[in-house]
Design a protein. Structure first.
Length: 172
């Protein structure tokens, strides 16, 4: 199971990195909107985040230095959680989180901070329990990894739509 979880997060890190590079201007704007770094570092940070996410994702999928790759991925998730938490504490809930694709439209909220912390813990736990000596075949890992990635993306989509609408009791 650990291999499937690690592969799922590896796939998500790869897709996120590709999205960051494909929409570099949006990535830079997202970093700028957080107001955490000096402006001259926004472009460098966007590129470094994409490269780091790609490297972690490729290593997790390729089962190369799994522990280190999981630690890097967890570190990225905690960094993103910290950036969101700082802005939420500042009262800046109107920012798009910069999570996922351009179409996600997720606004900052505490459940996204918690999601990232949980992802970091799951990554570290999966790497710690991974049996490196008994790798599963690609045919065994990929269906589960895709399934977990789809569940993660579906939950994120539901949260994004919930953040764009006001839900009241009895309004269904």
């Amino acid at each position: 199971m650990a291999q499937i979880v690690l592969a799922a997060f590896g796939l998500m890190f790869l897709l996120d990195a590709i999205d960051k590079v494909s929409h570099l201007r949006r990535s830079i704007d997202s970093i700028s909107s957080y107001e955490l770094l000096p402006q001259p570092l926004h472009g460098v940070a966007a590129v470094l985040l994409a490269i780091t996410g790609f490297a972690a994702g490729a290593a997790l999928l390729g089962r190369i230095s799994v522990g280190a790759a999981a630690a890097v991925g967890a570190g990225l998730q905690l960094l993103f959680a910290l950036g969101m938490a700082i802005n939420l504490i500042r009262g800046r809930r109107d920012l798009e989180c910069g999570c996922g694709t351009a179409a996600s439209g997720q606004r900052l909220q505490w459940r996204l901070v918690m999601r990232n912390v949980v992802v970091a813990v799951v990554l570290v736990a999966a790497a710690a329990t991974d049996d490196v000596g008994a790798p599963l075949s690609v045919a065994e890992v990929l269906p589960g990894a895709f399934g977990l990635a789809l569940v993660y993306l579906a939950v994120s989509a539901v949260w994004a739509s919930g953040s764009q609408q006001q839900w009241r009791l009895g309004s269904m």
